[in-house]
Ligand binder design. Structure first.
Ligand code: HEC
Length: 137
């Protein structure tokens, strides 16, 4: 996925600050869009990077939370469809898949390089398992 490829070029902990190539500039744009959408739709419950403004119920998405233990596909699913029993609202119809991807890219700038590596590995294995399931059908 283009997003992941671009992501691996980032330092992770500090986020994409350099815009010295087209890829980095595109990534910075995606992250900026994600940041705006996040503060609009997510921050009231989840809080910001430091957990400031967290409502006491929603988990943090920073390195203290366990969001980075979920593969990309699962994060997308949770955000679009919500999480039973319904504390986490479904955003399908409000946000496009592309917008959710931007939000996920933004959240990823909060993670350490080690967290990013773990999550990339989880995403890859998850995708491989899905591919295997598909070809077994
Ligand atoms: C109304 C409050 C609320 C809003 C708004 C909200 N969330 Fe959540 N979210 C929650 C709660 C509560 C949970 C925990 C649900 C559970 O575990 O049952 C959660 C869980 C999650 C999880 C799973 C985290 C994990 O570690 O399992 C992700 C990812 C997530 N939210 C992302 C988002 C994003 C992205 C947005 C904005 C588009 C958003 N949330 C908006 C309340 C909210």
């Amino acid at each position: 996925m283009a997003t992941m490829a671009a992501m691996s070029g980032c330092s992770g902990a500090d986020g994409p600050t350099s815009t010295d190539s087209d890829g980095d500039a595109a990534m910075a744009g995606t992250v900026a869009l994600g940041a705006a959408l996040y503060s609009e739709s997510c921050q009231a419950c989840h809080g910001d990077r430091e957990g400031e403004g967290n409502n006491g119920v929603a988990p943090l998405h920073n390195e203290r939370g366990h969001t980075f233990h979920h593969p990309d596909a699962q994060l997308m699913d949770i955000i679009l469809h919500g999480k039973p029993p319904g504390l986490m609202p479904a955003f399908e119809g409000q946000l496009t898949a592309e917008q959710v991807e931007a939000i996920i890219s933004f959240i990823k700038t909060w993670w350490t390089a080690a967290d990013l590596e773990v999550q990339q590995d989880i995403s890859r294995r998850h995708q491989e398992a899905l591919d295997k399931q598909q070809s077994a059908k």
